[in-house]
Design a protein around this ligand. Structure first.
Ligand SMILES: *[C@@H]1O[C@H](CO)[C@@H](O)[C@H](O)[C@H]1NC(C)=O
Ligand SMILES: *[C@@H]1O[C@H](CO)[C@@H](O)[C@H](O)[C@H]1NC(C)=O
Ligand SMILES: *[C@@H]1O[C@H](CO)[C@@H](O)[C@H](O)[C@H]1NC(C)=O
Ligand SMILES: *[C@@H]1O[C@H](CO)[C@@H](O)[C@H](O)[C@H]1NC(C)=O
Length: 332
């Protein structure tokens, strides 16, 4: 009799737990989840979401921009940046030698007013594709008659229709981290592109490996990460310091993309190589340059190149990387 009553108690307890716990369980998602890229595809450097919240979209090493369509479908082809790209020649080919033919899209940003996707392709310039995807329709490949060296990141001012983007410098074409850092190159530049007038303006030269751009919430400045100089520079757009720049903060390690949060902080992806191990850290930096949160992604991203982006979207962090075949999704 005693045994039965204990069994009964346990049974009632289980029902009680089920009733009380399951509603919150239903709203949870795993602490870490992988969005698997198509077969033999690697290198989701950066991500973007469209105006309806669709995606993530990402540019991969074989030149495609792919779109995530949920767990059942996975990723599908969305856009290509090179008119010479064919699926036969390029799909699944991730080597840097083919990227000048297949394209290499890095920075992505939707302009919500039209739904168009702006892309900085390392070799094909600043390009744009319609909301339905396909081959890009317009491209800006040069400034004052000289071809860009290596375009990387962008950010869009949705209010005025301006794209801020960076040219990292020719040494980035080598794809060799050691060589890039040892070069001490300072040929990097920040540009703006006016969507209405299609005019390109040079805003800042002398940058040391600019690889990330983020506009502040009030549009008064843009932050630029400098991969080689290991710091974040601020270029003032408004106010008494307009058109000048200063150091926003120094970074311990190599910073890559920088992405603003809804509340106005910035997530910076940082990799730090010590004794043949690369540590991957995400830092959330507030508007006065102070680190307010750090997340360690090293265990999930055991790679020589580390992570390239941390982006917050709807309570999750999306983490990009050059040599993995997935986008990592972490609970905030
Ligand atoms: C694309 O293909 C055309 C025709 O085959 C060729 O002339 C052009 O140089 C190619 N462009 C690139 C960037 O490979
Ligand atoms: C990268 O560059 C460094 C320094 O120039 C060189 O020693 C190394 O061999 C290069 N690595 C590759 C894979 O080319
Ligand atoms: C900043 O530069 C732009 C041209 O690039 C100019 O129109 C503007 O007046 C300048 N602002 C200041 C405060 O110097
Ligand atoms: C991050 O995690 C790695 C692996 O677990 C660990 O070795 C490293 O010390 C951690 N770094 C920081 C800054 O917490």
């Amino acid at each position: 009799m005693k045994i039965i009553s204990i069994t009964k108690i346990i049974f009632l307890l289980q029902i009680w737990i089920l009733l009380n716990v399951s509603p919150s369980v239903a709203h949870q998602f795993p602490a870490f989840n992988k969005l698997q890229l198509p077969l033999r595809t690697i290198g989701p450097e950066s991500v973007a979401f469209d105006r309806k919240g669709g995606g993530p979209y990402t540019g991969v090493a074989d030149g495609r921009v792919v779109k995530y369509q949920g767990p059942k479908v996975g990723f599908t082809d969305f856009a290509i940046t090179s008119p010479n790209r064919t699926k036969e020649r390029c799909d699944g080919k991730n080597g840097p030698e083919l990227q000048q033919i297949c394209g290499r899209p890095f920075g992505l940003g939707f302009y919500y007013k039209t739904g168009d996707l702006y892309i900085t392709d390392a070799y094909y310039g600043l390009v744009v594709v319609r909301p339905s995807g396909g081959l890009v329709t317009h491209r800006v490949t040069s400034f004052e008659g000289r071809h860009f060296a290596f375009l990387d990141a962008l950010d869009i001012d949705q209010k005025v229709g301006v794209v801020y983007f960076v040219d990292s410098g020719a040494v980035f074409q080598t794809g060799n981290r050691t060589k890039i850092v040892e070069s001490r190159d300072t040929s990097g530049r920040l540009f703006k592109y006016d969507i209405g007038t299609k005019q390109v303006t040079l805003l800042l030269r002398g940058l040391s490996g600019p690889v990330g751009v983020a506009l502040s919430k009030d549009s008064s400045y843009v932050l630029i990460t400098e991969y080689i100089a290991q710091r974040i520079r601020r270029f003032w757009l408004k106010g008494a310091k307009a058109n000048s720049s200063d150091v926003f903060t120094n970074v311990e390690g190599i910073p890559d993309n920088i992405k603003r949060t809804v509340l106005g902080d910035f997530w910076v992806a940082i990799s730090n190589t010590k004794q043949h191990t690369t540590f991957s850290i995400g830092q959330r930096i507030n508007q006065v340059g102070k680190v307010v949160e750090a997340r360690n992604f090293t265990d999930q991203y055991n790679t020589p190149n580390g992570i390239t982006e941390v982006q917050e979207h709807n309570g999750r962090l999306y983490v990009g990387c050059l040599d993995q075949n997935f986008i990592g999704v972490f609970r905030v």
